[in-house]
Design a binder for this molecule. Structure first.
Ligand code: 5GP
Length: 181
């Protein structure tokens, strides 16, 4: 595997994002909505650096049928427990690829009556964003890194086949890294 984002850069970016989010949501009651399972490592590092008095977390698991292109192609494997109505929501996602998952999630949160919805994305992979989803997703307000290359990335929460999430930094996958269950 080839190193992409080193640990020191990752921690510096997350600290900067946490400061910005803490400023933007000062005095508010924030609900962080993490999309499992990819959000876990990024969200934990972000959460413990938020200096907000009122911040709650919740999680959703969204799954898409193979080439899903519309809302009906998605389903919730796990929905939120928390109240969404009239709340400030910050969706925490590991990576934007086509934007499908986020477009569907945003639509769902709007239906539930969220007061505001913003996105914190660890890696914004700007190469595959489908035009249909681009307008629904908009520009994420909080972005860790931009990634314009094609190799699949692993580590710091990013998996291949469920593995590699534990790696402390982000790597590009190479031929020898493809492992079976
Ligand atoms: P989207 O709905 O934006 O097409 O897909 C987002 C999801 O695809 C992410 O949450 C992530 O699970 C997966 N994904 C997209 N690109 C990569 C990648 O380079 N590495 C890993 N590990 N997952 C990716």
């Amino acid at each position: 595997m080839k190193p992409l984002f080193p640990q020191s850069d990752i921690h510096a970016r997350i600290t900067a994002l946490a400061q910005q989010i803490s400023q933007d949501y000062k005095g508010k009651d924030l609900l962080l909505v993490g999309l499992l399972k990819g959000c876990t490592v990024f969200m934990s590092h972000l959460l413990v650096q938020l200096t907000l008095e009122k911040v709650e977390i919740d999680f959703m698991t969204v799954s898409s049928y193979k080439h899903g292109t519309k809302s009906s192609d998605f389903k919730f494997v796990q929905d939120l427990d928390s109240r969404v109505k009239d709340r400030d929501i910050l969706i925490v996602e590991d990576i934007i690829d086509t934007g499908k998952t986020l477009a569907f999630t945003i639509e769902h949160l709007k239906t539930l009556g969220a007061k505001s919805i913003e996105l914190a994305v660890f890696v914004n992979k700007t190469t595959n964003l489908a035009p249909d989803f681009a307008s629904a997703v908009g520009q994420p307000k909080y972005v860790g890194f931009k990634y314009h290359d094609t190799p699949f990335i692993i580590g710091f929460g990013f998996d291949y086949n469920g593995y590699y999430r534990n790696l402390p930094e982000v790597y590009q996958m190479e031929e020898q890294d493809f492992i079976d269950k």
